[in-house]
Design a protein around this ligand. Sequence first.
Ligand code: HEC
Length: 125
Amino acid sequence: MPAIVRASSRPAAAVSLLLLIGAVSLWVLRPLTGRADDTVTDPYLGQPAAIDAGEQIYREHCIICHGRAGGRGPDLFAVTLTDEEFLDTVLHGRPGTVMPAFSTTLSRDDIWKVRAFVKATPKGL
Ligand code: HEC
């Protein structure tokens, strides 16, 4: 009798263990796999006041290189970067190119406003 009980409970125990290992690995790997779920997105997209503010910031800090539709730097009205990549590029610049880091000049909110502006202006200025 005890032998039967043991034999029948083993698979259940094995399944629970596998589920537990699965859950723990998912939890551990979350920072690596979470990108698609909790991607950083621009909180100002589609907000008219923020878009206007973003235009001012663009004219003050970016237009000199990025122009009305590209110039010395690429056309930001047509970039295909994700919001997160855009933020990172502007905060840290592009080492080895003239694209400066703005982390000490602009706040993250300012950069998000520029992003909201360029996204709302697909044909350029
Ligand atoms: C001094 C010139 C200069 C200024 C000022 C400047 N940029 Fe740039 N930027 C560049 C250049 C040049 C590149 C291309 C770098 C490369 O070759 O990867 C670039 C690249 C970028 C990219 C990456 C585009 C892509 O498709 O990979 C973003 C985003 C960007 N700039 C945003 C900004 C924003 C926003 C501002 C204003 C806050 C700004 N830049 C100001 C010169 C400039």
